[in-house]
Write a protein that binds this ligand. Structure first.
Ligand SMILES: NC(=O)c1ccc[n+]([C@@H]2O[C@H](COP(=O)([O-])OP(=O)(O)OC[C@H]3O[C@@H](n4cnc5c(N)ncnc54)[C@H](O)[C@@H]3O)[C@@H](O)[C@H]2O)c1
Ligand SMILES: O=C(O)C1=N[C@H](C(=O)O)CCC1
Length: 238
């Protein structure tokens, strides 16, 4: 499979290593200094594009892939306000798009645990839920995309909460998400339910970027000949 890597930073390089190890060819490595490679003729040399850039650039990069008729896997976080528009464009232009706030198999299993735990805790009014996410200091967005996905799952199951805030809170109607930035943390997410009697905690800790990169390559292999909008739930049959 021929891959265009859009974003050749920490994730782009980790994806390159996994993709080449699986026998794929990287036809373009596109970063901020080589954005001319986002032109239609260049992108069309790839079977699929994998986009890990910045919150400011993801939207335009994805639209360039649609214009070139190239399926795109996107892992960039921090641009969710534009996601509905991208999905609409994908359908209108009959393209293929797969977004995940986290591509690792472990986190996608953790999402399932989180949803079930939130469901069980929905009627337990003695417990207060909260979240902590820990990442490296170069991370541009807070809270992490993964934390937002986890928060949305909790809010869906707990109607007493009306939203999340990116700080610790005693407001029972809000889910507090504390963001810590500590090097070299690749990504830790902790969900807590505390009552005066006891606490329940579930944690996912990434030991490296390998899980994110391997998941993104698996998603690209899966998306290559498809049309439509997909998620890691589709790829992993969860
Ligand atoms: N979904 C996941 O599983 C997952 C995992 C890790 C990171 N991420 C997200 O991926 C993104 C990238 O993370 P990173 O650690 O690789 O960041 P990074 O800063 O190491 O790399 C970003 C890259 O984007 C490039 N870039 C910037 N503007 C560009 C443009 N206009 N066109 C093309 N390339 C451009 C930069 O040159 C750089 O190479 C972040 O949003 C991060 O939150 C997601
Ligand atoms: O390193 C990052 O940046 C990460 N971003 C994703 C997020 O925001 O959830 C996934 C974990 C690593």
């Amino acid at each position: 499979m021929k891959i265009a890597l859009i974003g050749y930073g920490k994730m782009g390089k980790a994806i390159e290593a996994i993709a080449q190890g699986r026998g794929h060819e990287i036809v373009h490595r596109i970063d901020i200094n080589s954005s001319h490679l986002l032109e239609k003729e260049q992108l069309q040399q790839a079977d699929v594009a994998i986009e890990f850039t910045t919150p400011e650039t993801a939207y335009h990069n994805i639209l360039k892939c649609f214009a070139a008729n190239v399926p795109v896997v996107c892992g960039t976080t921090g641009w969710l306000e534009k996601l509905p528009e991208v999905k609409a464009q994908c359908l209108e232009q009959h393209q293929a798009f797969l977004y995940a706030s986290n591509f690792s198999v472990g986190v996608n299993i953790f999402f399932e645990l989180n949803r079930r735990l939130a469901e069980l805790m929905a009627t337990q009014s003695d417990y207060r839920s909260s979240m902590v996410e820990i990442h490296h200091t170069q991370k541009k967005d807070a809270p992490s995309g993964t934390a937002i996905t986890l928060a949305e799952q909790i809010l869906e199951k707990q109607p007493a909460k009306t939203g999340w805030v990116n700080e610790a809170t005693t407001d029972p109607t809000k889910l507090g998400i504390v963001s810590e930035r500590v090097d070299p943390a690749p990504g830790t997410h902790i969900i807590q339910y505390d009552s005066p009697i006891d606490s329940i905690t579930i944690t996912h800790t990434a030991h490296s970027r390998e899980g994110f990169a391997a998941g993104a390559v698996t998603a690209a292999e899966w998306l290559k000949d498809k049309k439509g909008i997909f998620s890691m739930k589709d790829v992993l049959s969860l």
